[in-house]
Design a protein around this ligand. Sequence first.
Ligand SMILES: [Zn+2]
Length: 62
Amino acid sequence: MRPVTDQQEQAILAVHVRGLDGMCVGCRAWWSRLTPYPCPQLDWATSRQARRITNRFLEGAG
Ligand SMILES: [Zn+2]
């Protein structure tokens, strides 16, 4: 079973996508907020995911 944080990141990555007007779809849908894509939430989830993938790689390699 995956940790909760993993699911949160997956949910953010799935919802916060680029809209036709270049704004974040997830921010508008969740908070009625117009945020240029990529939004801070997506940055957060992306950086966390990248860090975890790197950690997995290092664990596997080490
Ligand atoms: Zn967003």
